[in-house]
Design a protein around this ligand. Structure first.
Ligand code: CLF
Ligand code: SF4
Length: 294
């Protein structure tokens, strides 16, 4: 009989983000089917892809679910190492639930051997726990940049939730509460959760260990501390917030590693990235090209 650890090892063995070893051998692709977002992070410029997972400054071509499924089939036919299909933007996948779940459903039907992966800000996560489980979405990333609303209020300008706009500390409270409860609900169902945290000097840099401990307590599998990349036309850029140094990132990863497994090989991919991590073959698979493949 397999131990719990062996079972988890098997589940991550083909996922390039959850397993450092796998990223040398297995490829992921993102399908950009989710244009809208329901919050405003102060590092985000909506001219680009969601910066929770993405390197800023890139814009993806948004696809309809049926186009995305077609693209997955074309890419799977040409890149045998493809093991994971993720929805990570360009906005928030759960602010576009019909498009996101129609895409996952289509991929599960037509290419059941591929793993499904979702990345979200977590605001609406609690509404979709059952759907995520039913579709066998085994990997979910939540971007949690604060677990204390006093700090969170400096990271998020506003949220749209249940038809209402919230700002300041109230917005941060709702978002953090939903993220942590969503994380707990997913891990209780055995879904492997990764938490991304954007390291923002002067804002949440002293708060990372607290985040790591809080998400570990709720069952997170791995913590990915990503450096802020300041983007033009954002609140942080206007306020003179700087990018962290690689030394700062290494030091904080070292400090937090006692608490939770750290992801250190993230490449901050774009919302339509294709290939091994660090490789991007998205230009080979534009909508025009995909639709012309017989
Ligand atoms: Fe994509 Fe994210 Fe799934 Fe990976 S990326 S949705 S968990 S399949 Fe990976 Fe890219 Fe880093 Fe994300 S290297 S940005 S952590
Ligand atoms: Fe931008 Fe992503 Fe934040 Fe939405 S969740 S505001 S798209 S960085």
């Amino acid at each position: 009989m397999k131990t719990i650890n062996q079972e988890v090892e098997d589940r991550i063995a083909r996922h390039p983000c959850y397993s450092e070893d796998a990223h040398h051998h297995f490829a992921r692709m993102h399908v950009a089917v989710a244009p809208a977002c329901n919050i405003r992070c102060n590092y985000c410029s909506r001219k680009f892809d969601c910066a929770n997972e993405s390197r800023p400054g890139v814009v993806s071509e948004v696809l309809k679910p049926e186009e995305a499924v077609r693209k997955v089939l074309v890419v799977a036919g040409e890149i045998p190492q493809l093991s994971v299909v993720g929805v990570a933007g360009p906005g928030d996948p759960l602010a576009n639930p019909e498009k996101t779940f129609a895409t996952f459903r289509g991929v599960a039907e037509k290419a059941p051997e591929l793993k499904l992966c979702l990345s979200t800000n977590g605001l609406r996560l609690l509404e979709f726990i059952d759907q995520i489980q039913e579709l066998n979405i085994d990997h979910v990333t939540i971007t949690i940049n604060a677990v204390n609303p006093q700090i969170g209020q400096h990271i998020y300008s506003y949220i749209f939730y249940e038809g209402k706009k919230y700002k300041g500390i109230e917005a941060a409270e709702i978002l953090i509460n939903n993220q942590l409860k969503g994380l707990e609900a997913l891990t209780e169902k055995g879904i492997l959760c990764k938490v991304n945290s954007v390291f923002i000097p002067g804002i949440n840099d002293q708060h990372m260990e607290e985040i790591s401990k809080a998400v570990k307590k709720r069952g997170a599998f791995v913590h990915n501390i990503m450096p802020l990349i300041v983007t033009p036309d954002t609140v942080f850029e206007r306020n003179g917030v700087r990018n962290p140094t690689s030394k700062e990132i290494q030091e904080i990863q070292e400090k937090c590693s006692g608490s939770l497994k750290m992801m250190k090989h993230c490449r901050q991919c774009r919302a339509d990235a294709i290939g091994l991590l660090g490789e991007d073959r998205s230009a080979q698979y534009t909508k025009d090209k995909i639709m012309n493949v017989p």
